[in-house]
Design a binder for this molecule. Structure first.
Ligand code: F6P
Length: 250
């Protein structure tokens, strides 16, 4: 595991964007795993800049999103489908048929999950997965006490996640209670993982995830078992981690 302490949110985002750009440069038809939430927003902006200024080509790139709320249609501004197009896909030359996001309105959720995992396999697996971390240690929407062997599945969101994500909705009642999420096993199968953490509120959970026991109570702790993880921590999330790490420049 490489741990990089970035000096601020801009630095964290630029470093993450460089890893993604490097991946696409070396393998133009890379399969990328995408995350949502506040953390990767500036990384997406950086990638758009690299696309516009240097011509980073997304025409062969394939993407799979980590998760989607159940019950929100694509056009709902709080859906992750909307987020991804609004913040990223509408601004680059990715092909729509290469974009995979779980369907939050699927009639048969189990079938949707099976198809999602099958599509990932058919594309040769995820080359590079971007991850954020929830206040409770979740990755994707894999909430504490998840089964580490889970593949893509329907999840019930924790109260803590509902509270944390209420900031994006008019009222907390509007936050969906269920979602579809890649499972831990799906995530762990990615060839490379990049975990981003930003903000003081992530400091403690990040420390436990990286240096505590590997336990379903902190789903991100499973990342300790992956052979190729880069953690990019913004300074304000890093004060506990700092005691333990050796800074590696990337
Ligand atoms: O980046 P944020 O908004 O703190 O969210 C943390 C994580 O929770 C989620 O919103 C739930 O999947 C992720 O997309 C994100 O990585």
């Amino acid at each position: 595991m490489r741990i990089v302490i970035a000096k601020d949110y801009e630095d964290m985002s630029a470093r993450a964007a460089r890893i993604v750009a490097g991946q696409i440069y070396l393998k133009p038809n890379s399969v990328l795993g995408m995350a949502t939430g506040s953390t990767p927003l500036l990384m997406y902006k950086e990638l758009i800049k690299v696309h516009k200024e240097v011509g980073l080509d997304f025409s062969e790139v394939i993407t799979f999103n980590l998760d989607e709320y159940l019950g929100l249609p694509k056009e709902d501004e709080q859906s992750y489908y909307y987020y991804m197009f609004h913040h990223f896909f509408n601004h680059i030359n990715i092909r729509k048929q290469n974009i995979y996001i779980p369907d939050g309105m699927a009639q048969d959720v189990e079938e949707e999950c099976r198809n999602y995992d099958r599509s990932i396999l058919n594309m040769g697996g995820i080359d590079l997965q971007i991850l954020g971390i929830g206040n409770n240690g979740h990755i994707g929407f894999n909430e504490p006490d998840i089964k580490f062997e889970a593949t893509t599945h329907r999840v019930k969101l924790d109260d803590e996640t509902i509270e944390a994500n209420a900031r994006f909705f008019a009222t907390i009642e509007e936050v969906p209670r269920f979602a579809i999420s890649m499972g831990i096993k799906t995530i762990m199968h990615a060839k490379k993982l990049v975990l981003l953490a930003s903000g003081e509120n992530k400091a403690e959970v990040l420390y436990h995830a990286l240096f505590g026991g590997i336990t379903p109570e902190i789903p991100a702790s499973i990342l300790q078992l992956h052979q190729d993880v880069t953690v990019i921590v913004e300074e304000s999330a890093a004060h506990l981690v700092k005691h333990k790490y050796q800074n590696h420049r990337i």
